[in-house]
Structure formats: C-alpha cells, structure tokens
Write a protein that binds this ligand. Structure first.
Ligand code: MG
Length: 386
C-alpha cells in the first residue's frame, strides 16, 4: 500500500455526492485510494464501484442484499458487511485517513460521531448531522483534533475564502441561494405543484431530498444552521441572499468590511475535490466559468412569507437546544410524505411548524436526547399527516 495516498471511506457511495466523489478520485489515482464504500440499497452499483476501486471493505446497509454483494466481492478479497451497526463501526478502521459522509439525513449522525471519536478527519456532505447535533459534533471534533471539511458548495465557498484568514474574525457570512424552481411564485401558485415540478432544479443536479429542500428553501435553512456550527458563528452573523445564477457560491465579510466571494459554475465535483485534497488544489478538467455567458449576476431578498421553511429554520436556531433536531426530523418526514404524494407542497411547512410548536424543549441535549427527539418528532409529524 502506498502511504503517500489519502485513504478514503465514502459513506453513501452510490448517491449523487458519492458517485461524483468517485469521479474525482478516479481522476487522481496518485493522490487518493478508496478504502471503504457503503450503500443503503443499491447493491448493483456498489458491486460495480468495488470492482473498479478495489476497496478494503464495503457495507451494504440493507441486510437483504448482503448475500448478493458478498458473492460478488468475496472472491476479489473485498470484505463485505451489512446492517446499520456495521455502517457505524466501519469508520473506525485504522487504515482510513478521511471519511466522506454523503449519507442522507439523520442516518449520518452515528457514523459521523464514531468517525470523529476514532480521530478521522471528516469531509462533510451530510448537513443534517450538524443541524441535528451541531454543538455535540463540533465539541467532539475539537476535543479529538479532527478537521471537518465542508462539501456543501456554500460552506466550501466560505472555507475557501477563509484560507489564509483563519485568524481573522468573521463579521458575517452571506449564503447564496438559487431560490429553486419556484422562485418568484406566491402561495396560491404553489398549492398544487407536483413533485416532478419540485424535482426540477434550475442549476444543480442533486439527490431527491436536497432538491425538494431547495424548492422549499429548507435547504438554505439547514445550511444556515450548518454554517453556524462549522464556522462558530452567532445566528445574527449568518445572512441569506437569493442569487438565481448560482455562480457566487457564498461570501464572507471580515471586520474591516471587506467581502470575499468564491465563484464558479455550479458543479459539486469542485467542492468535493477541495474537501478531499485540502490544503492542495488539484488540476481539474471541469467546465470553466466564462463572464461572457453571464452578463448579469443578480441578487434579491428571500421571500420568507411564501417559503416559510427558511424563517422556521432561523426560529429553530434562535431557540437552540433540541429545536434544530425537531426541525430536521419534521422536515425529513414532510419531504418523504410529499415525495409519496401524501401531502402538498405548502403542507411541508405546516408539518415543521406544528412540530416546533408541540415538541418539548430540551436546553442542553445529550446524544440520547437527540435520538429520542428525532424519534418522537417523527411520530408527531406522522400523527398530523394521518
Ligand atoms: Mg448547498
């Protein structure tokens, strides 16, 4: 084994971020080696990826698919595990240098905590982890001397602007939002929009959960919370501006009033690559931005009357405690129910608002409190829907 290569575990390798991360790794075999791949259900793609990248081990979370994966990979001397517990413990392997967490939603929490506990640096694509338990995660990372490198494009932008400036206090950060497919629409126009319409993001190609979250602006709300914890900010230091072209990926304002921004075409491979290669920048053949194609970059205030989720996220963050965890769990249920045509677009915010109003407040939640808050919020959200 070549010790000069960064050895990477990808949690969620068959999803949108996972597959793009493997593209980045395939383009730089001299820098990276895949140590672990994990998937929830997609056994076929996991097997195909393992055959190309020859990881030390793979995990298929769905136990029904275990035998299929095992039969395909054991002859290649690749270890195969299954189940949620294997997913949570595989990150502790000695041979891993960096864990890319590209799981969707709350499921990322335990594996991320275990990876930090084991002293692994994290490339964080699973924003929900920091939304649910930001304080717990960032304190543990500090204690263990672990770096959390953001993969989310906005947070990567801030991180890139901070290189060379880590000692300079931040006055505020400004997260850009595309506004999603329904920007400019009012409530009466959104009542009957379909999931097919909501899944058509104007600029980014992403997984279903984050695409729906982008359409409701919950994605930006979750990113506000994520930013607070990643960069150690107060709630009032995080601003959101709608920027429909998605060229400026976010901005940071320092105490002298100077603003730095990071620009580029919307392409997740770039923030993924920077998180994997930091502090180096690796050569890429991604399409380049051309000012001639974008004569106007525009900006507007987010419409939080129509897109209430963003206001609800700020409310949850302001209240603190377990409220961001409530927000996230209620939203995960709401998005799943919207995707199965059981509730309408606007009702997603009703579910979140209801749960924030009804759930018990816990000031300084422990991990157990987060687990029970998540479970009970899901029950409450489903009660409202049924
Ligand atoms: Mg983002």
């Amino acid at each position: 084994m070549d010790q000069s290569k960064k050895r990477i575990a990808i949690l969620g390798s068959t999803g949108s971020i996972g597959t793009q991360a493997l593209e980045v790794i395939a383009a730089h075999p001299e820098f990276f080696q895949v140590e672990v791949l994990t998937a929830q259900n997609n056994a076929e793609l996991l097997i195909a990826q393992a055959k190309v990248f020859s990881p030390n081990a793979v995990v298929i979370s769905n136990e029904d698919a275990y035998h299929k994966v095992k039969e395909a990979l054991i002859p290649l001397d690749i270890k195969v595990f299954s189940g949620e517990n294997s997913l949570a413990s595989i990150v502790e392997m000695d041979s891993i240098d960096l864990v890319l967490t590209a799981l969707v939603g709350y499921s990322g929490l335990k594996p991320t905590l275990n990876a930090i506990e084991a002293g692994k640096n994290i490339a964080l694509a699973n924003k929900e982890t920091l939304v649910v338990a930001g304080e717990l995660i960032t304190q543990l990372a500090k204690k263990k001397g672990v770096n959390i490198f953001p993969v989310d494009s906005e947070h990567s932008a801030i991180f890139q602007c901070l290189v060379g400036e880590f000692h300079n206090p931040i006055e505020k950060i400004i997260l850009t939002a595309s506004g999603g497919p329904f920007r400019g629409k009012k409530k009466n126009e959104l009542k009957n929009v379909t999931k097919a319409q909501a899944l058509k993001h104007p600029n980014w190609t992403m997984g279903a959960k984050v695409t729906i979250d982008s359409a409701t602006l919950m994605n930006k709300g979750l990113e506000v919370i994520e930013a607070k914890w990643l960069f150690g900010l107060k709630t009032e230091q995080v601003d959101v501006v709608v920027h429909p072209q998605s060229i400026i990926h976010s901005l940071i304002q320092f105490e002298d009033g100077s603003i730095k921004a990071q620009l580029g075409l919307p392409d997740m491979r770039l923030p993924i690559q920077f998180a994997l290669s930091y502090p180096e920048r690796l050569k890429s053949d991604f399409p380049r931005f051309d000012f001639a194609n974008f004569p106007a970059l525009t900006f507007e205030k987010p419409d939080t009357e129509t897109f209430r989720n963003l206001a609800l996220a700020f409310e949850a963050l302001g209240r603190g405690g377990n409220m961001p965890c409530v927000l996230n769990a209620a939203n995960e249920v709401a998005v799943a129910e919207f995707l199965s045509d059981r509730i309408g677009f606007l009702e997603m915010s009703d579910v979140v608002e209801h749960c924030l109003a009804k759930m018990n407040y816990i000031t300084n939640p422990t991990l157990e409190d987060y687990v029970s808050t998540d479970r009970e919020t899901r029950i409450k959200a489903k009660e409202l829907i049924n």
